[in-house]
Design a protein around this ligand. Structure first.
Ligand SMILES: O=C1O[C@H](COP(=O)(O)O)[C@@H](O)[C@H](O)[C@H]1O
Length: 237
């Protein structure tokens, strides 16, 4: 698939309708994985956008006990930290029926992000791949996951041939050090969604879909990756 054929845009009148549709899509993919393989893996992003989607998905009536929830990326801050993506997931996704899911926070006391990323690559090395459903967000600077413009290990994290599942990055716009899934486990996900909201991110998406260097807008590396199925882009104003 080439160019825009690689992406399927789903537009909604409001964020509530988007959350319902994305949760229904992800829920159906997880239910399919559970029916076929007896277990399913979901990888989710953090930031401010996914709250409503998480709260809607948490109500899905699936066998959450057999679902592993992973973070696409994490700020290297202790458990319970207000900026931790794990905190967001605990508060808004792992509630009600979804509280039964298996979730393993990434931060490890006493380790820096680089050692943490190496440990996570080992720890999750046994995971059945591909991941069933993976939902990315995007910042107005064109980062997705923790693929930030100017990040010190951006090329390594975006190497399509890297054997590592996780990479540690530091970047001027990232705040604290981060760990992130690398490009391969992201783009090989069975269902890959990009969840963005607002006019500004719509403009950034249009720029990212146009020709230009991936270093400037790292989300391009994901949008340009070859895949069997299109990337499902969910947008609402
Ligand atoms: O730092 C991050 O930002 C992106 C986008 O976040 P948002 O607040 O603009 O929705 C997010 O996808 C990523 O997981 C997170 O670590």
């Amino acid at each position: 698939m080439m160019g825009a054929d690689r992406h399927k845009l789903h537009e909604y009148a409001d964020r509530e309708a988007l959350a319902e549709a994305l949760a229904a899509g992800v829920g159906a993919v997880l239910a399919g994985g559970l029916a076929t393989r007896g277990s399913a893996i979901l990888a989710v992003s953090g930031g401010s956008t996914p709250r409503l989607f998480f709260e809607t998905l948490a109500r899905a009536e699936i066998d959450w006990q057999a679902v592993t929830v992973l973070l696409v990326d994490e700020r290297w801050v202790p458990a319970g930290h207000e900026r931790a993506n794990a905190t967001l997931v605990h508060r808004h996704l792992l509630q009600g029926p979804a509280a039964a899911a298996r979730f393993e926070p990434y931060y490890t006391e006493g380790l820096g992000a680089p050692e943490g990323a190496a440990r996570l690559s080992q720890l999750f090395g046994h995971l059945a791949r591909p991941i069933d459903a993976l939902v990315l967000g995007m910042g107005a600077d064109g980062h997705t996951a923790s693929f930030f413009p100017g990040a010190d290990r951006l090329a390594e994290a975006l190497d399509p041939a890297t054997p590592r599942l996780f990479e540690a990055v530091e970047a001027p716009g990232a705040g604290e050090p981060r760990v992130t899934l690398t490009l391969p486990p992201i783009v090989e996900a069975r269902f890959l969604a990009l969840h963005i909201e607002g006019e500004e991110k719509r403009r950034v998406l249009a720029q990212a879909q146009a020709p230009g260097p991936w270093e400037a807008l790292p989300v391009r590396a994901v949008l340009r990756s070859p895949r069997a199925h299109p990337i499902e882009i969910f947008w609402a104003p």
